[in-house]
Design a protein. Structure first.
Length: 83
């Protein structure tokens, strides 16, 4: 009789676990890395590249100089720390 009781309780727990609704999403962020639903990191790379490109354009817009050493230091200071 105790085996039957355990079986009934186990079946009830399985029904409760299976009744939980899950959501289908396009992407998920885990430990700061974005994965798409096919487990590729291309969305993450695209996101970082777009942020870096936006930062580079902002630096070129704000600084009048075109010295590559100064611009690369400005990029490392402002963009690489926030990516």
């Amino acid at each position: 009789m105790s085996i039957h009781l355990g079986l009934v309780i186990t079946m009830a727990i399985i029904r409760i676990i299976l009744a939980v609704s899950t959501y289908l999403v396009d992407s998920v962020i885990d430990l700061g890395v974005m994965y798409c639903n096919k487990l590729k990191r291309s969305m993450h790379v695209d996101n970082i590249v777009s942020k870096a490109s936006l930062g580079a354009k902002l630096i070129l817009h704000c600084f009048e100089t075109r010295d590559p050493v100064l611009l690369s230091k400005a990029f490392c200071t402002f963009c690489q720390t926030h990516s």
